[in-house]
Design a protein. Sequence first.
Length: 281
Amino acid sequence: MDRAPDISDTAFITCYFRSLDPELSRDPLASLWVDSAVARLGDKFRHEVIENDPVNIQLRCRYWVEALERFQAAHGEVSLVNLGAGFSMYPFLPCLRETSLSLEVDQSHVVAFKRARLAEFARDGRVPAVRHLAHRALDFEREPFEALLDEELAKLGRDRPTFFLLEGFFYYLSPPVSDRLWGWLRSACTAGDRIGMIHLPQEIRESAAYRRTQRFLQEDCGYDGEAIVYHEREYFSSEGLEVLDQSSHVGLARRYGVSEDHTNDNTFNEHFLLLEAGDGP
Ligand SMILES: C[S@@+](CC[C@H](N)C(=O)[O-])C[C@H]1O[C@@H](n2cnc3c(N)ncnc32)[C@H](O)[C@@H]1O
């Protein structure tokens, strides 16, 4: 991390938190991205900003691992398109078969660093060498992305169902860009595809934990936290898109039986949506 603070630092923090309990997160590879600087930043966040964030991020990863497992079980051969992928490791985890295809999109410095490190990990045998994983460098705020993403999807081949994952990413985009990305996703999805979406509803504005996070993002990650975007669940409703599941960190903590003490005030309470495209528009 020998560069100016950047929003991608949050992608290291999520790896650190997943690595603190790999059984709960179901990500034994997250620790590959953790060094002492990452641990220092993550410790600052959990001790000074949100105490319950490590368990939330562990459950967040578990939630998508389980969603991918079900998708894989339902369809056999699948693709994963992970937008704002950061350093997440789903293509290397047993929730996806070795024959699955993956595309990851993120800012160019994240993609360059991840590719170089993955090549090292593969050489050392720390991750399996041959995985069908493509990377695309893209800044959604600065580049027209629709045609580029169409091209990448075409390269994956659309003969198998695709899971589009947006984990801890969509709300960083400005309103016009998030609207365009949602429009692209709706047009890209065909019957059987799923969208795994994390979003923030308006009520998060009332949360003390959220206000502390906003300050941390500005002071420690060089981010203009004012630009965080809120979307009510209705925003994602659209004809031909079925809600398979929805939850939040407060909900997941209860669902998995790890805590009864999560509230909107002490939690960066991201909301989860699992959607499936039908035959409609
Ligand atoms: C909180 S991290 C989440 C990373 C990963 N999905 C995870 O859950 O660990 C947010 C990610 O969004 C990416 N991101 C934020 N704004 C972006 C933009 N305008 N274009 C591309 N990627 C962006 C960051 O680089 C970072 O990797």
